[in-house]
Design a protein. Structure first.
Length: 252
């Protein structure tokens, strides 16, 4: 709408100037001045058009690349959660993560809630349970049985091999590394694994307008990715949330 209004106003100004030329300039000079004026008008209209379309094109390119980057981080999160389920910590390298997906397995288990005799408590109170299961103390428990295994690859990435390219984001000729760090934090004397993965927005958008890129790095909006990096997880908090809005992908 702003573009249309700007072009209309420019054309109206040009028409007004043409009328003034017809009225006050000598007839011999009118054609040349009119041509120059129309050239200047079209050039001005082009500049207005570009000033409006440049951020639109930037946003379209940015959003397309962000979706690819976010999908990579979501895949990385899925792979790392699988690794942690088996190993109790996150993989500290992409090679280790790929090897786990290629060769690892998940146990298939069944869980059954049941009640059993609390022998320790019964002994403490000198109680016994009769043949009909009466008297004494009982406690709830869960019986877990392993009934088989399934490959990690089939479980997490069946039918695709995206997990082999989690170390970078490639978009046309641009390839940006995914920086990944792992560690541990302590909460109430409990050692907990943490993970942080980042993608540099400057590298991902390096071929786009640099002024608009500088503005993008300063954005503070819940509907945008704030800061100069796309971030998954944290090295100081036990979280695997992302700093992107949900329009790019699940960030929980």
């Amino acid at each position: 709408m702003l573009l249309i209004i700007s072009v209309i106003l420019t054309c109206l100004v040009a028409l007004g100037l043409v009328k003034l030329i017809d009225k006050f300039l000598p007839s011999g000079a009118r054609p040349v001045v009119s041509i120059l004026l129309w050239v200047a008008t079209f050039f001005l209209a082009y500049l207005i058009y570009e000033s409006v379309m440049k951020p639109i094109r930037f946003d379209e390119a940015k959003n397309e690349r962000y979706k690819v980057a976010v999908q990579t981080l979501i895949d990385l999160k899925k792979a790392q959660l699988g690794y942690k389920k088996v190993n109790g910590e996150y993989a500290d390298s992409f090679d280790k993560l790929v090897a786990f997906i290629d060769n690892g397995t998940f146990d298939i288990i069944t869980r059954k809630d049941t009640t059993i005799i609390d022998r320790k408590k019964n002994k403490a109170f000198n109680l016994t349970v009769n043949e009909r299961g009466e008297g004494g103390f009982f406690k709830d428990t869960v019986i877990i049985n392993k009934i088989g295994t399934v490959s990690v690859k089939d479980s997490l990435f069946s039918g695709n091999d995206r997990y082999k390219r989690l170390n970078s984001v490639k978009f046309n000729e641009i390839e940006v590394p995914v920086e990944m760090k792992t560690g541990f934090v302590y909460r109430n004397e409990t050692k907990l694994p943490v993970l942080e993965a980042t993608i540099d927005k400057n590298a991902l958008l390096a071929d786009l307008d640099q002024d608009l890129l500088a503005q993008e790095n300063k954005v503070e909006d819940i509907n945008e990715i704030n800061g100069d990096k796309i971030i998954l997880g944290s090295l100081v908090d036990v979280t695997l949330s992302g700093n992107w809005p949900k329009r790019y992908g699940n960030n929980d």
